[in-house]
Design a protein around this ligand. Structure first.
Ligand SMILES: [Zn+2]
Length: 220
């Protein structure tokens, strides 16, 4: 059995109240988490893995970036993503048509994966992040709160919007030498959506979120 250590935070531990104990995701060391001051961070003394950090106005930021990101995703789905012109032939690509095009070219599996990882999972993760943040801000108990939080922390690593946008930029460098490429409104909206997704998830602290959900479910 592992020894219990206290992660340095500068505040008294809540171990006496029976809360604030967590296993380090990096090395599995069992630790006590103290109450954090604004802007401070609790790290594992053995592997320095960040366990939790206090984010000022964290849920408000998550909610704001989630709403902004979802609006941008709707705009990204409504306008052309890229258009190509080569030897008098023009072609236009939209975000929604990308998985369908792969399907038509005989790659249905890749089309389904692309739809899942660049549209479905990022959209669901952002939607649920906003919903969880709004619920925790109001302090009200909802039956979907725990399943939504589980979904976010289980699947957020598979929301690959940033991988897609970087892949598109790298492809454009090659295509620009062969064809005239025009970036559509959708491209910029999807880029901004990706930034909103990254910022929203980085402001949602896993440990703090579960602690607050537990408090909401207990109090109500
Ligand atoms: Zn550790």
């Amino acid at each position: 059995m592992q020894t219990t250590h206290s992660a340095h935070t500068g505040f008294p531990a809540r171990q006496s109240q029976g809360v604030g104990r967590v296993a380090c995701p990096g090395c599995d060391l069992l630790l006590e988490i103290n109450v954090l001051s604004d802007g401070s961070r609790a790290a594992c003394p053995r592997c320095n893995h960040t366990l939790t950090r206090h984010i000022h106005d964290g849920y408000n930021k998550v909610l704001a970036y989630s709403v902004a990101g979802l609006i941008l995703l709707v705009l990204a789905s409504s306008y052309p993503f890229l258009s190509f012109a080569v030897a008098g032939l023009e072609s236009e690509m939209t975000l929604i048509n990308t998985p369908g095009a792969l399907w038509r070219y005989g790659m249905p599996g890749i089309g389904a994966l692309v739809a899942t990882f660049i549209i479905l999972l990022p959209a669901l993760t952002l939607l649920m992040s906003g919903a969880v943040a709004a619920a925790l801000l109001t302090g009200r108990r909802y039956t979907w709160l725990v399943p939504c939080a589980r979904f976010i922390f289980l699947w957020q690593g598979w929301a690959m919007a940033e991988v897609f946008i970087i892949g598109v930029i790298v492809s454009l460098v090659k295509l620009a030498t062969m064809a005239t490429v025009v970036l559509g409104v959708s491209f910029w909206c999807y880029g901004a959506f990706t930034l909103c997704l990254i910022v929203a998830l980085s402001n949602l602290d896993r440990y703090r979120c579960w602690e607050d959900i537990e408090a909401v479910m207990r109090d109500d």
